[in-house]
Design a protein around this ligand. Structure first.
Ligand code: GLA
Ligand code: ZN
Length: 690
């Protein structure tokens, strides 16, 4: 079976390598522009994202268009074998527009309209902004959609934020009328609005959340977030429509990043290819634990890949440092190659940077770039980039290959929003995303591939589905999970799952609501613990997973009753002592585990998932034990498998291979049974698929 999709563009069916390029900042320096082309080739770059913030250079006055400079850039790309993602410029607008049409300016939560400035600060509803965007986009498309250098649309830049202007308030009310079928009664019930006498008696009374207004109606907060997300997606759709007809074959993407404001799973549906911007702060974190950060980054690569189950693009990353983290550290030797190839390992068909050249002035002048102010390629960073360029040029056979996974983690945007908004068990830190990472990392450490999916997605393709803190789950999705288990799937949920439904109303009749039958337990009480409080999980002797020992647990604990499930472990102390803390329920042909408390140590999760995945018949990339901080990820075309062994542990490591016959992906040479990996080391291997 071929597991290969076509390359992003038939014009460049190789790994893409490049950067955001801002030639409009350098039009007074023609020698710089000439030198750029020479150095791009020297760095092994074959693609640049252009025009991202170029609106004023393209339309300096309303209705006056100046495309000559962009003609020159794209023509010289075409002559030199360099391709372009052409951006629509809506991420930042010219001052003349804000001056003439103040409605394009965003209104903040406090209901104050912004002055002109910054970027990403427009109203997504404003008819004027939509019209002006459609016009400039159409002009660009008319001129360049069939240009030989252009390989795709880069729609706007990192959509985000929200606007609270009157236009947006009205659009929100209209959206609510549709959602609640014109019934205020339904809305009042869904939002439990009788609480504190918040019942609405006319649609006009509804306003978006505000610090000096409403923040306590969770259903309102949640619906507002859904509305903002949909509004933003609608704006992106509007942009796509404005360029599509000029060349329907030109693929469309927009660069996403690590924010929780937009339901990216939904945004991905209107794109041809998913792309994202990864800025892990290697070596910066408080705990200095690069392996944790590597797992966090890997989890996001998997998330973005899982939207379409096909290769994505790494649209931005820094070749050295950023200028916005609290401390701007340089990438240590080896880290540039390792982190770039990490993206490829998880399914990216590109490595791109922000930015090609450091700007001379303004806020990003000290942000890492391929070229520094020195202007030449005799730098450590340039050499690192050129090395990645050289490696990527040798990975053409990996382009389009897939990253199959038998395990999925449920990661829903509305759950993220709701669980963090809820006031209750641990306001000092519920740590939702960190919890998801705890589970993800245990799999990452063992080289087990993971898809990050939504609870509405198809579960039947997975052997194991994990739901860390699935606080919000609809009855319908709860039913789907139940069926999945009945039909033979393995499922694991933690404490604080199955608490509320779609509009943040608590499930009645006992938690975990629609998961109660599946898990075979009733969660009677859940509490948050102080940082000083410690409990523990003690494994029962002779449990079916063959786990043993006693692990510290902290922060959250749930008191559960068995309703068909068996206890695999119990609480160690306090009045909890002896009560079940880890359970297994058999339902139909499947199995469902429940973890009632937050165990502290990675080692527990590694043991737990080693046992569960082996019971569920899930394969690992390498059938050998990996040292902590080392992972192995795989891509395949169905015939060959490409394995990326990555050492993020901060130490020299030895990895024993599993004897399946490996060659070095770059040199084709046979690989010895033991791999020596230096600090930040990477090995790229190839073997036959089974
Ligand atoms: C974001 C933006 C870029 C740039 C980088 C800096 O990802 O898309 O324009 O500002 O951050 O890290
Ligand atoms: Zn608005």
């Amino acid at each position: 079976m071929s597991l290969k999709s076509p390359a992003f563009s038939s014009k460049v069916p190789v790994m893409l390598h490049g950067a955001d390029y801002n030639p409009e900042q350098w039009l007074r320096y023609p020698e710089v522009l000439r030198e750029d082309i020479r150095l791009m080739k020297l760095a092994g770059c074959n693609v640049m994202s252009v025009g991202i913030f170029s609106w004023v250079s393209l339309e300096p006055e309303e209705g006056v268009f100046t495309f000559e400079w962009l003609d020159n850039v794209l023509n010289s790309f075409a002559e030199n074998g360099i391709y372009a993602f052409l951006a629509t410029p809506s991420g930042a607008r010219p001052a003349w527009m804000s001056e003439k049409y103040p409605e394009v300016l965003r209104v903040e939560r406090n209901r104050v309209r912004n002055l002109h400035g910054f970027r990403h600060n427009h109203c997504y509803t404003s008819p004027v902004y939509r019209e002006k965007t459609a016009l400039i986009n159409a002009k660009l498309a008319e001129r360049y959609a069939n240009h030989p250098a252009v390989i795709g649309w880069h729609i706007s830049n990192e959509f985000g934020g929200e606007c609270h202007c009157d236009l947006c308030q009205n659009a929100f009310r209209e959206w609510l009328k549709v959602k609640y079928k014109g019934s205020l009664d339904e809305l009042n019930h869904a939002w439990w609005a009788t609480f504190w006498s918040h019942t609405y008696t006319s649609w006009e009374q509804i306003d978006s959340p505000a610090p000096h207004g409403e923040t306590q109606v969770h259903g309102l907060n949640l619906d507002w977030r859904r509305f903002v997300s949909e509004r933003t997606i609608d704006f992106c759709r509007h942009e796509i429509v404005s360029v599509r007809d000029y060349n329907p074959d030109l693929p469309v993407t927009t660069n996403m990043h690590m924010i929780d404001g937009i339901d990216y799973r939904e945004l991905a549906k209107i794109l041809d290819v998913v792309s994202w911007d990864a800025y892990p702060d290697w070596g910066y974190t408080e705990d200095g634990d690069d392996a944790r950060l590597a797992a966090w980054t890997a989890m996001h690569h998997d998330l973005f890949r899982s939207f379409k189950h096909k290769p994505f693009l790494l649209m931005e990353s820094t070749p050295s440092l950023t200028n916005w983290q609290s401390v701007s550290k340089l990438k240590r030797p080896g880290m540039h190659k390792l982190s770039s190839l990490q993206a490829i390992a998880h399914g990216s068909d590109s490595v791109q940077y922000f930015q090609w050249r450091k700007s001379r002035g303004s806020s990003e002048k000290f942000h890492g770039a391929v070229l520094d102010h020195s202007g030449h390629g005799e730098t450590r960073v340039f050499k690192d980039v050129a090395e990645v360029g050289r490696i990527l040029a040798g990975l053409t056979e990996v382009v389009g290959t897939s990253t199959p996974a038998e395990t999925a983690i449920l990661y829903d945007w509305d759950n993220r929003w709701a669980v963090k908004d809820a006031q209750g068990i641990r306001n000092s830190g519920l740590k939702y995303e960190e919890t998801v990472l705890q589970h993800y990392r245990a799999l990452w450490e063992q080289g087990i591939a993971v898809d990050m999916i939504g609870s509405g997605d198809d579960l039947s393709r997975y052997k194991l589905v994990i739901a860390p803190m699935l606080y919000l789950i609809s009855e319908e999705n709860g039913q789907r999970i139940e069926q999945y288990v009945e039909q033979g799937g393995t499922f694991l949920a933690t404490y604080w799952s199955g608490v509320v439904g779609e509009t943040d109303l608590c499930h009645l009749g006992g938690f975990p609501g629609p998961l109660r039958k599946t898990l075979g337990i009733w969660a009677e009480e859940t509490e948050g613990l102080h940082s000083r409080d410690l409990n523990g999980l003690v494994l029962e002797s002779g449990n079916v997973l063959n786990l043993s020992g006693d692990y510290d647990a902290h922060e959250i604990a749930e008191l559960i009753h068995l309703e068909g499930a068996e206890a695999l472990g119990h609480y160690r102390s306090d009045f909890y002592a002896g009560r079940p803390a880890l359970t297994l329920n058999k339902l139909g042909a499947g199995e469902a585990y429940h973890l009632a408390t937050r165990v502290k140590d990675l080692a527990f999760y590694v043991e737990l998932y080693a046992a569960i995945t082996s019971k569920a018949g899930i394969t690992r990339t390498l059938e050998s034990n990996l040292p902590v901080g080392v992972t192995a990820q795989l891509r395949t075309d169905g015939e060959h498998e490409y394995i990326f062994v990555q050492n993020f542990s901060g130490d020299v490591q030895t990895v024993k291979l599993d004897g399946r016959g490996y060659t070095d992906l770059e040199s084709g040479a046979e690989v010895p049974a033991e791999l020596e990996l230096p600090v930040n080391g990477l090995a790229m291997l190839k073997r036959k698929a089974k």
